[in-house]
Ligand binder design. Structure first.
Ligand code: GTP
Ligand code: MG
Length: 656
């Protein structure tokens, strides 16, 4: 396959493999937990049920991912430790952390009802995650000590703080009382003022955190004829609270670490070197002044869609659910200015000057992927009221920087070309299968077919002329989501006027052609064409301006509701795709070249023609209904006439 014109954008993706001998730790912690816990009235300083929920999520992670050998958590955080030699997703940092945080988030939502049945989950919980690399066992030991010390210090402080507040002090007064106090002073204060013996009266889970680990247990599966038992070893998730999870003694009794690994642990570690802590807190930042794209992709969605009996090749409800989650992302993360989605993937574009999490890649990726996953899980019933969710959805994510407007548009074009090519192939494939062919027969039938042959197959099987063009635009063009002005007619004393507000809209537009970006220059903060904006302003001020404006808005391809977009994909579109190939992925997967250069250019030609027709209609509307000076009108007229020449349309008689 020839490389697509747009596939060069893949070269902006950078490798983030975590090299051996580093042990990988993924540390997950709640995002904006203060607000979340207040909203759900969690007890302070510790809510037993909320902690249990966190522990249950950790259990689920350990059960789901065999390479995670143990974890440690307290308050709103959990650290997951991978076995040293793990090959999980080729040790790619963003992939690993996003999968863990995504699965954790979906689990949090699903287990909420069982653990907190009396409370409604009022908003989507989300977690941030980062990878901590431990170059040696000594560093791993130091990291465990660091987290457990933090657990102890925070818990002791918060126990005092909330006791003081409950006794009548304001938060500020309580903080002032505790300022500069040592560990011993706090224990004294608790004992003297509140009759609390910190060690005895405060539950272990609050003071020491929770270690969740896998151990091997022997089960008796049956008995032989002679009565002797047949045993099988099984890995079981175990939960323990221990005073010192960094001690060699603690790990000696567990089977998580090998003898050689444990030999490298110090006998008694009680201080963490500051340079180690600095390395645990290190985060790489994304380059300044570049568009950041966070692309997320459903993990094993092939299986997920089969289990939930999604319609093939496109399930409108499943896609609508993806879109609803993406809308929620735009509303939650104001730096996300555009999103494009197809199948089980979504690309979120963050503005160039975004300072979200100081541009720390893992924080940005994890927050978005986590929020998306918990929203997907929370809103499942709304979109599938008749279907029980049988498996947890989870997504991987990555962040890539694109330095210019041209390149970010090419990136989005790459995804849209891929959407179209996959959709054309899959539509043919599943119609052939539904007609009675086996999957391999269908593959053979499609081998080497070009667009006209595929269209012929579609028309023959359905008995509908140009069947492909009758498909919903959401299937052929994917979904684009962005902020736009919505104009509503409201009645007041002077009559009807248009009132506008900013809303997130979902459109199924051609984003390859320049027309879309010209109609929405504000998305990528591009210079507005002054002439066009003057014309647009004039249209809006005519008596039926808002109606015309919204018609133009529609013609330019963006709609707030998912209805048809005037993009014509008839004729020689792109429609070749390697047999058996899945959709294009990032470059690490090496299965990217799914779009054929020739098909792609045909698609662009076709899309350009349809977009030109739309633009022409728009310009005529502007000419006949808009204002403007005679010079501007003259210039607009020439533009219209010049546009018609390459389209093979005859010129108009000069207007009277
Ligand atoms: P990984 O992403 O590598 O974990 O694999 P995956 O199984 O998620 O496959 P991939 O992301 O390459 O492709 C997405 C898959 O999701 C498609 O191949 C389909 O099997 C499935 N899928 C996505 N959307 C739909 C849909 O609307 N209907 C059906 N039936 N399946 C869908
Ligand atoms: Mg996938």
């Amino acid at each position: 396959m020839a490389n697509s014109k747009y596939e060069y954008v893949k070269s902006f993706e950078v490798d983030d493999e975590i090299m051996l001998p580093n042990t990988i730790i993924v540390r997950v912690h709640a995002r904006d937990f203060c607000r979340f816990s207040e909203m759900h009235e969690f007890e302070k300083p510790n809510d037993k049920k909320a902690l249990e929920l966190m522990n249950e999520c950790a259990n689920a992670v350990l059960e789901q991912f065999p390479d995670v050998i143990f974890s440690y958590g307290f308050s709103d955080e959990y650290s997951f430790i991978f076995k040293k030699e793990t090959k999980f997703y080729q040790r790619r940092g963003s992939k690993i952390l996003s999968l863990i945080v995504s699965f954790f988030s979906s689990t949090y939502v699903t287990k909420w009802r069982a653990i907190l049945p009396q409370k409604d989950l009022k908003c989507a919980p989300s977690f941030r995650a980062r990878v901590i690399c431990c170059a040696s066992m000594e560093v791993l030991q130091a990291c465990l000590l660091w987290r457990q010390n933090e657990c102890h210090t925070n818990n002791q402080y918060n126990t005092c703080l909330w006791q003081l507040i409950k006794s009548g002090k304001s938060k500020e007064e309580a903080q002032a009382t505790l300022r500069g106090s040592l560990k011993q002073d706090k224990n004294e204060l608790l004992y003297q003022c509140f009759n609390i013996n910190y060690k005895k009266d405060i539950p272990e889970m609050f003071r020491q955190g929770t270690c969740t680990l896998k151990t091997e247990v022997e089960d008796i599966v049956k008995y032989k004829d002679d009565g002797s038992p047949v045993k099988r070893t099984r890995r079981k998730v175990l939960r323990v609270h221990s005073e010192n999870i960094a001690s060699k003694r603690f790990w000696k009794e567990k089977s998580c670490l090998s003898k050689e690994e444990l030999d490298q642990f110090c006998e008694d570690l009680n201080k963490t070197r500051p340079e180690y802590v600095k390395s645990f807190q290190y985060e790489s930042r994304l380059m300044l002044s570049t568009w950041i794209v966070v692309r997320i992709d459903g993990c094993h969605f092939h299986r997920f869609s089969e289990i939930h009996e999604f319609e093939k090749p496109n399930d409108a409800q499943a896609l609508n659910l993806m879109n609803a989650c993406a809308v929620a992302v735009l509303e939650e993360f104001r730096d996300v200015i555009f999103a494009y989605g197809v199948s089980d993937e979504y690309s979120f574009v963050l503005k160039k000057d975004s300072q979200l999490y100081q541009r720390c890649a893992s924080e940005i990726v994890s927050s978005i992927v986590s929020f998306f996953s918990s929203t997907y899980t929370m809103r499942w019933n709304e979109f599938f009221p008749q279907k029980e969710m049988k498996r947890l959805p989870y997504f991987d994510g990555r962040a890539v920087c694109y330095p210019s407007n041209e390149i970010i548009k090419d990136y989005l074009a790459w995804r849209q070309v891929d959407c179209h090519i996959n959709n054309h192939y899959n539509t043919c494939f599943w119609l052939l299968v539904k007609s009675g062919k086996s999957k391999s027969e269908a593959q053979n039938d499609l081998k080497g077919t070009q667009t006209p042959e595929k269209n012929e197959i579609l028309d023959r099987l359905t008995g509908i002329l140009n069947y492909y063009d009758t498909l919903p635009p959401m299937f052929c063009l994917g979904s684009s989501i962005f902020w736009d002005k919505e104009t509503k007619m409201v009645d007041n004393e002077e009559g009807a006027t248009g009132k506008s507000r900013r809303v997130v809209v979902v459109g199924h537009c051609n984003i390859i052609e320049t027309g879309f970006w010209e109609a929405h220059p504000e998305i990528l903060d591009e210079k507005v064409d002054r002439f066009k904006s003057v014309q647009m302003a004039n249209v809006k001020s005519t008596p039926n301006g808002p109606a015309i404006h919204s018609a133009i808005f529609r013609l330019s391809g963006a709609e707030s509701e998912g209805s048809a977009t005037p993009i014509d994909l008839t004729g020689d579109g792109p429609h070749e795709r390697p047999v058996g190939a899945k959709k294009a992925k990032g470059r690490r997967k090496g299965k990217g070249a799914s779009s054929d250069a020739q098909s792609e250019s045909q698609f662009i030609q076709q899309a350009t023609l349809s977009a030109n027709v739309a633009s022409l209609t728009q310009l005529y509307t502007l000419y006949f209904t808009g204002g403007g000076t005679p010079e501007e009108k003259q210039s607009l007229w020439s533009t219209i006439q010049n546009m018609k020449i390459p389209m093979g349309l005859p010129p108009d008689a000069p207007p009277s």
